[in-house]
Design a protein around this ligand. Structure first.
Ligand SMILES: Nc1nc2c(ncn2[C@@H]2O[C@H](COP(=O)(O)OP(=O)(O)OP(=O)(O)O)[C@@H](O)[C@H]2O)c(=O)[nH]1
Ligand SMILES: [Mg+2]
Length: 329
């Protein structure tokens, strides 16, 4: 594989650990492309993983996710915290294009060596978005980022997937547009740890906040559970103080309640399963395609049934049946 010959995984990881932006960018490209070197990279990164607070920001197009992210970066830099930013575009197989506007909005941080910004797609990755995000996070952690902000457009299932990769999920809303209702529909109410009404300089911010509070009040929560706050921001003026305070409070709660550890445990389990399933799928399509075709003929001819055929296929995949060409992995 071409990019493997340039620099070894080991060399790139050691450069990333020194905070070299080009090494970090290259490794994240490997994640995007599903490089065959990824297992080696992830093994090298294992010891430094789990150190960063991962904050997901999601919300409808145009609510101000990028502007808010940029304002949070500025606030965190003022605390001298090293920050990683991943802008996930689930709608595009290419990184860069659709997120050009984000790059411009992030421009003020472009020359800061304490900030790593990367837009990311999930082209060809085995485990899809739910696998690419945590892997990119591990690379940013190795580079020293104590906080990683993950921005994703709320367009259905994708934000739920990305929320699943975050310690703290911020749902951004804006006045008007019936955002609250949309949020409820998309199941956003369940994934949000913090709700932030951005563009609070506009009319209707109070009404939107009230609407979200009303909907949140319908969910039953024990006192021990986290009660998602509804805060306001004017990201275009850099006013994200309330939001940052809530993020701090949620982080503290995650540690003190043990919920953070449980969440990480659950996410690791999902990640392992996603990778394993992707491998099984790949082996099904590669090594066993002849077998599947033969079994399909038998089912069509009435010589077998789908359940028996599936059981045969599984035994073939496990290497117990006949006609299985091992792919050497
Ligand atoms: N009035 C006002 N405008 C804002 C505020 N925050 C962001 N905007 C503007 O809203 C527009 C969209 O902001 P973005 O940050 O690009 O929104 P986004 O959610 O990242 O958009 P997508 O990535 O395209 O989904 C821009 O023109 C911002 O300048 C705010 O607090 N008040
Ligand atoms: Mg954006």
């Amino acid at each position: 594989v071409a990019h493997r010959s340039e620099l070894s995984a080991q060399e790139l990881v050691s450069r990333a650990r020194k905070g070299e932006p080009r090494a970090v960018a290259r490794l994240i490209s490997w994640v995007e492309d599903g490089s065959p070197a990824l297992p080696e990279v992830m093994a090298l990164l294992a010891e430094s993983s789990g150190s960063a607070h991962v904050v997901g920001l999601t919300g409808a197009p145009g609510v101000g996710k990028s502007t808010t992210t940029s304002a949070l970066v500025a606030a965190l830099r003022a605390r001298d915290v090293q920050v990683g930013v991943i802008a996930v575009d689930p709608t595009s197989p290419f990184s860069g294009g659709a997120l050009l506007g984000d790059r411009i909005r992030m421009q003020e941080h472009a020359t800061d060596p304490g900030v790593f910004i990367r837009s990311m797609a999930s082209r060809g990755h085995l485990g899809g978005l739910s696998a690419t995000t945590p892997q990119a996070v591990r690379i940013l952690e190795a580079a020293g980022c104590a906080v990683v902000l993950v921005e994703t457009v709320g367009v259905g299932q994708s934000e739920v997937e990305v929320a699943a990769a975050a310690d703290t999920t911020v749902v951004l809303l804006a006045p008007g547009m019936g955002d609250g209702i949309q949020a409820a529909k998309a199941g956003i109410l369940e994934v949000g740890d913090i709700f932030c009404v951005n563009k609070a300089d506009r009319d209707g911010a109070d009404a939107t906040a009230r609407e979200v509070r009303n909907m949140l009040s319908l969910a039953e929560r024990t006192p021990a559970q986290w009660h998602p706050p509804v805060v306001r921001s004017v990201a275009s003026r850099g006013d994200v103080g309330e939001l940052l305070t809530s993020i701090d409070e949620h982080r503290l709660w995650l540690v003190e309640s043990g919920a953070g550890e449980l969440g990480r445990q659950r996410r690791a389990a999902e990640e392992i399963t996603a990778i394993a399933l992707a491998h099984i799928r790949e082996r099904l399509s590669q090594a066993a395609s002849d077998t599947v075709a033969r079994l399909a003929s038998q089912v069509v001819a009435g010589e077998s049934d789908p359940y028996t055929a599936a059981a045969t296929l599984l035994s073939v995949l496990e290497g117990r049946g006949e006609g299985f060409a091992r792919d050497g992995r």
